[in-house]
Design a protein around this ligand. Structure first.
Ligand code: C2E
Ligand code: MG
Ligand code: MG
Ligand code: MG
Length: 290
């Protein structure tokens, strides 16, 4: 009887595996030609100063509206693009597109905004990466402090020595390096001093429970204290309520990002959002279209 149930589970497991593999295969196929067909675009999410409410940074997030599959979320297509190596081409497009947008904002209230982009391990391994970054800055008239690259811990363990060198070159250029989703991965504290980081992004998983879980609250408190003592800037991700924002501000978190402040939105809406904020008291932005 037990053996039978075991076999049943095994079959379900195989079916799940097949479904996942089929999904990946389908996405992989649809990804080919998608960039050339203009199926990608970027949305931008505000990151504000926790104390003043000023819009200081903006994270660029990739969106794909596939002609074959309809809208596909990054959680589905980024891993596939990483497996095939297509993430390098895609990431280069994101870098150029985001810098072009920041260049366009030069004559607006967003003239000094820092743009954050997500960078995967394959991109850092590409010998052309540092040159691509400096070219994107120069050709769009951006100063290096206006660009920040978000890496996950995964990137840091892949080829630590090479990554260290590349990050040192990028920091020498003046580009910011931030550690994304902090607390969810390996979270080896040695990363914080070994690599040339200047920002830690506290993962949404901890921010989410900060009001109700003693454990999350102490964890976030500890991360913030540690960040301060290492001279790192702190960004809280996934801030969804006024209560969370207020706790984080009191704990000394420098920047806030999340639906409480704004959803990821189009560049046009972001400009409106920033305009509305100039001088005004910080208000959650709810008139989002995406
Ligand atoms: P991430 O870099 O940690 O980005 C934050 C994710 O959290 C985004 O999901 C954003 O829409 C979502 N988010 C922001 N505020 C809130 C909130 O208050 N509540 C909740 N529930 N979610 C919130 P998104 O856009 O689906 O992106 C998912 C992940 O895909 C990103 O996580 C990043 O790892 C990856 N990604 C997105 N764009 C790119 C890209 O251009 N290149 C690379 N390599 N990865 C990307
Ligand atoms: Mg990110
Ligand atoms: Mg993140
Ligand atoms: Mg994430």
């Amino acid at each position: 009887e037990a053996r039978k149930a075991g076999r049943g589970e095994q079959r379900l497991f195989d079916d799940d595996m097949n479904a996942a593999a089929k999904d990946a295969l389908m996405i992989d196929g649809a990804l080919r030609g998608a960039l050339a067909a203009g199926e990608f675009y970027l949305v931008y999410q505000a990151i504000t100063n926790a104390h003043t409410g000023k819009l200081t940074k903006v994270e660029a997030l990739l969106r794909w509206n596939s002609s074959l599959l309809g809208p596909v979320t990054p959680d589905r297509f980024i891993p596939v693009a990483e497996d095939s190596g297509m993430i390098v081409e895609l990431g280069t497009w994101v870098l150029e597109q985001a810098c072009r947008q920041a260049g366009r904002w030069k004559q607006s209230v967003l003239d000094d905004v820092t743009i954050s982009i997500n960078v995967s391990a394959w991109q850092l391994a590409d010998p052309a990466f540092v040159t691509l970054v400096s070219q994107a800055l120069i050709s769009n008239g951006l100063s290096p402090h206006q660009l920040e690259l978000e890496l996950t811990e995964r990137v840091l363990i892949d080829d630590a020595i090479h990554v260290q060198t590349v990050l040192a070159q990028l920091r020498a250029l003046g580009v910011g390096i931030s550690l994304d989703d902090f607390g969810t991965g390996y979270s080896s504290l040695s990363y914080l001093t070994q690599f040339h980081l200047n920002t830690l992004k506290i993962d949404r998983a901890f921010v989410m429970d900060i009001e109700h879980s003693e454990r999350s609250n102490s964890l976030v408190h500890a991360i913030i204290a540690m960040g301060h003592s290492l001279g790192l800037q702190l960004v809280a991700e996934g801030v969804e309520t006024a209560g969370q924002a207020s706790i984080l501000e009191k704990m000394g978190c420098h920047y806030l990002q999340g639906y409480h402040i704004s959803r990821p939105i189009s560049p046009e809406l972001l400009l409106q959002f920033a305009d509305g904020r100039a001088g005004a008291a910080p208000q959650p932005y709810t008139d989002y279209a995406i």
